[in-house]
Design a protein around this ligand. Structure first.
Ligand SMILES: C[S@@+](CC[C@H](N)C(=O)[O-])C[C@H]1O[C@@H](n2cnc3c(N)ncnc32)[C@H](O)[C@@H]1O
Ligand code: SF4
Length: 408
C-alpha cells in the first residue's frame, strides 16, 4: 500500500487559495498533472499512489475516478478564476499508475476538460505515460487525435531477468515495438524510462538497455537508479537477504555508463536523470516543476503548487471521489512556503539542471561551499566565474548532497 501523506495546514472546503498564490501569476506558466491511480499489477519496487482492482474492490472504479477528476478540473477553474487571472495551460502530463489502462476515451475527456476550461497555449506539450503491455496502435492513434503530443514509456531494461526481478509484465520487444507505433501515429516526442542498479543486473545488461533505447530513435531518455522504497516488496526482499541492496559504487558506474552512451548518441543531459536530443525534446512539464512554475495536480494523492502554496490531495480513490461528490476540495493539507523556504527549494531543484543556478541565490556560506566544490571538481569552474553553479559529471553523482551543502 502507498505510504501515508504528510500533514500541513487545512485546505478550505472550497479549495480557495491564500492571497500569496495570486501574486505575480501572469509571470508564471500554468501546468496540469492528471493522476491515474490504477495498475493491472503492482511492481514490487514501486510505492506510487496506485491500486490494483483487487486492492480497490468495490470502493472505487475507473468511472468514479474519472467523474471526480473532471469535477476537480471544474474546481481548479473556479479557484484560479477567483485569483483574477486567466492563463492558458502550457503543459499537461498524465501520469500514474498506468494511464494506458483507462483507455483513450477517459484520457480524451480529461484533456478535453482542461482545454475547455482553460485553453491550451499554441504548441502546448501534452504528455502521457503508458505501459507497453496496455498500449496498442489504436490507443496511440486516438491519443494523437485527441491532442497528445508526447509519450513516455517504461522500457526499464531489455533483460528479461531484470524485468522479472522488477515484476514488470512486458517484454523489452513489446516496449520497443510501441516506440515504432508511437512514431507511426505521429507523436512528436517519445521518452523511454530506464532503471539501473536492479539486484543482479550486470554492466552488460545495462549497456544493452542503453543501446536499445538509443537504437529505438527516441528523442528523450530518463535513467533512474532503483530506489528501495520502505514498505515495498523489494524492501522486504532486501531486508530478508533474498536480494542484495543496490551498491552505491555500482550505481555511480552505471550513471557514468548512461551518460557516456546517451551523450555519444547525441542526447545531452539537461537534468541529472534526463537526456534529450535537443532543446525541443526536453520535457517542458518537468522543467516547469523544476523552475517554479504553477501546476495543479488532479487526482488522488496529486500534489499542486501555485505561487509558493503547495497542497496535496487525499490518497485513496474512494476518499477522493467522496470529497468531490460532496462538492468539497479533495485537498488533504497544504503549506505556504516563506521566501527562505522557496530559496532553498530553488537551490535544490535548479542545481540538478544543466543550466545550473544563479549564485545570487546563495548565502556567503553557500558561496564559499560553491568555490570549494569547484576546486574539488564538482562544479564547473568557468561557469562559476560567470555566476552560475553548474555540476560537472562527477558532481552529478553527488548532486543532492552538494545541493544540500549549498543551502547552508
Ligand atoms: C510510477 S511509474 C508510472 C508509469 C508507468 N506505470 C511505468 O511504470 O512506467 C513512472 C516511473 O517511475 C519508476 N519508478 C517507480 N518506482 C521506482 C523506484 N523505486 N525506483 C526507481 N524508479 C521507480 C518506474 O519504473 C517508471 O519508469
Ligand atoms: S506499472 Fe508503474 S506505477 Fe504501476 S506499479 Fe509498476 S512502476 Fe508503479
Amino acid at each position: 500500500m502507498p505510504s501515508t501523506l504528510p500533514e500541513g495546514d487545512p485546505v478550505p472546503a472550497d479549495g480557495s487559495l491564500p492571497a500569496q498564490a495570486s501574486a505575480g501569476l501572469s509571470d508564471r506558466s500554468l501546468s496540469f498533472y492528471l493522476h491515474v491511480p490504477f495498475c493491472a499489477t503492482r511492481c514490487g519496487y514501486c510505492d506510487f499512489n496506485t491500486y490494483t482492482a483487487g486492492e480497490l474492490g468495490s470502493a472505487a472504479s475507473a468511472q468514479s475516478w474519472l467523474d471526480a477528476a473532471l469535477d476537480e478540473v471544474d474546481l481548479a477553474a473556479k479557484v484560479l478564476a477567483a485569483t483574477g487571472e486567466h492563463r492558458p495551460v502550457s503543459t499537461v502530463f498524465v501520469g500514474g499508475g498506468t494511464p494506458s489502462l483507462v483507455g483513450a476515451d477517459a484520457l480524451t475527456r480529461l484533456l478535453g476538460a482542461v482545454r475547455d476550461r482553460f485553453g491550451l497555449i499554441q504548441g502546448a506539450e501534452v504528455s502521457t505515460e503508458a505501459n507497453p503491455e496496455s498500449t496498442d496502435p489504436a490507443l496511440l492513434a486516438a491519443l494523437r487525435e485527441a491532442g497528445y503530443t508526447r509519450l513516455s514509456l517504461g522500457l526499464q531494461s531489455v533483460s528479461a531477468r531484470v524485468l522479472q526481478v522488477l515484476d514488470r509484465t512486458h517484454t523489452a520487444g513489446r516496449a520497443l515495438q510501441v516506440v515504432g507505433w508511437a512514431r507511426a501515429a505521429g507523436f512528436e516526442h517519445v521518452n523511454l524510462d530506464l532503471i539501473y542498479g536492479t539486484p543482479g543486473e550486470s554492466d552488460d545488461e545495462f549497456a544493452d538497455s542503453l543501446a536499445a533505447a538509443v537504437h529505438s530513435g527516441v528523442d528523450h531518455v530518463s535513467a533512474y537508479s532503483l530506489i528501495v522504497e520502505p514498505g515495498t516488496r523489494l524492501a522486504r526482499q532486501v531486508r530478508s537477504g533474498l536480494l542484495p541492496m543496490p551498491d552505491e559504487d555500482v550505481l555511480a558506474d552505471r550513471y557514468l555508463l548512461a551518460d557516456a552512451a546517451l551523450t555519444g548518441a547525441g542526447l545531452s543531459w539537461y537534468e541529472v536523470s534526463n537526456w534529450a536530443r535537443d532543446a525541443a525534446a526536453r520535457c517542458r512539464h518537468n522543467l516547469a516543476y523544476w523552475t517554479g512554475g504553477d501546476w495543479w495536480g488532479i487526482g488522488p494523492g496529486a500534489h499542486s503548487h501555485v505561487g509558493g502554496v503547495r497542497w496535496w490531495n487525499v490518497k485513496h480513490p474512494a476518499a477522493y471521489a467522496a470529497a468531490l461528490a460532496a462538492s468539497r476540495s479533495p485537498g488533504h493539507a497544504r503549506e505556504t512556503l516563506d521566501d527562505d523556504a522557496r530559496r532553498l527549494e530553488e537551490i535544490l531543484l535548479r542545481l540538478r539542471l544543466a543550466d545550473g543556478l544563479e549564485v545570487a541565490l546563495l548565502t556567503p556560506q553557500g558561496l564559499a561551499t560553491a568555490a570549494s566544490s569547484a576546486a574539488d571538481g564538482l562544479l564547473d569552474q568557468d561557469r562559476l566565474r560567470d555566476g552560475r553553479a553548474v555540476l560537472t559529471l562527477r558532481g552529478r553523482l553527488l548532486a543532492d548532497g552538494i545541493a544540500l551543502r549549498l543551502t547552508e
